[in-house]
Design a binder for this molecule. Structure first.
Ligand code: THU
Length: 134
């Protein structure tokens, strides 16, 4: 699957965003090694802290359905009808991705018209992970 196709799926996922408090809508499309794509959106809460980001929604959907290995994620976000230029994943989502993804896992940011791919190693350098516990 191309980065552009994954970006377009993230735009679709963003339409389900439940974000009445921030009005910032985020969508994510996570590509598993099986070829299956898991969509996620941010899901906010009146108590604020239970809010779940789009990226984690996608990861938790995938893992709960039995998939634990991933190739790439596309992320789109913004307050308007269309996604804004760039929405980088928050630190908690980077750490959750690091639990299941390799250093060369691709993180595609931007919009379908203007996007750029980064590796997990670029966005979460010098990270703490399962190898530190062995
Ligand atoms: N949000 C995400 O879903 N993913 C990100 O990468 C950044 C932030 C959500 C959380 C919250 O619902 C809203 O965007 C504003 O922070």
């Amino acid at each position: 699957m191309s980065d552009l196709e994954l970006m377009k799926l993230a735009v679709e996922a963003r339409k389900a965003s439940y974000s009445p408090y921030s009005n910032f809508k985020v969508g994510a499309a996570l590509l598993g090694k099986s070829g299956k794509v898991y969509l996620g959106c941010n899901v906010e809460n009146a108590a604020y802290t239970p809010t779940n980001c789009a990226e984690r929604t996608a990861v938790f959907k995938a893992v709960s359905e039995g998939e634990r290995e991933f190739l790439a994620i596309a992320i789109v976000g913004g307050s308007g009808e269309e996604p804004a230029d760039f929405c980088a994943p928050c630190g908690i989502c980077r750490q959750v991705l690091a639990e299941f993804c390799e250093q060369d896992f691709r993180i595609v940011l931007g919009t379908p018209n203007n996007f750029k791919a980064y590796t997990l190693a670029e966005l979460l350098p010098f990270s703490f992970g399962k190898n530190d516990l062995e």
